[in-house]
Unconditional design. Sequence first.
Length: 231
Amino acid sequence: MTAHTIDTHDSTKEGGRGFDPARPMRWAAATALMAGPLLWSAGMLTSPEQDSMADADYVSSLARDITQTEVSALFLHYGNLLIGLGVLAAPALVRGRRGGLLTVVGSLLAAIGFTNVSGMILSDWWNAAIGTLLPVEQAAEVFAMFKASDLLWVWNGTELFSLLGPVLLLAGLARAGVLGWYTIGLLVGGVVALVTLSPSMPQLTALWILVGFSPFALIGLRLVQRLRLTG
């Protein structure tokens, strides 16, 4: 028993210091949170311009330039995925009980919301395909039928979590003194811009997303600062 304990203890030493397996995961989360908003913004910047939010205009815009559609979809997919995975490390910034519950609930909801949205980006590929192979009216009907699927809400209904979750998360971090309350305003402003700005102005939308999603990057920076302090 003693020999086994000594061997296990020695195996965790590297250069005289203990190896903490949580540290590389927190570094990965911090990197993901700083890269996520940049990828999201790049996805909107490269998003094909469309005349309106009508299904026919949307499908037509995706089919107009397949390569541009794929590049934009890849940026958006990985932007959502990295944010969704990275926020799971946010509760590590909280010390004590103040703001802890809000941070945990918010990070879990945000993770579900963003990772689910990342999967929904797949629709850009098949919308571009049907918009190329079918007349635009038919392609729009296929898209409309897809959106009317009975159980689709189980998937895309969690998109609300990608707004509610971050608001709760930022409120928890603000209560814990990790971030300022202004970060909630930045996030809400970015989401409002995403919803209200014309789809014919992807450059402006990209800028607002970069500003609105900056709180995720700030969480990543706080993780880096904490890691350096404890390193």
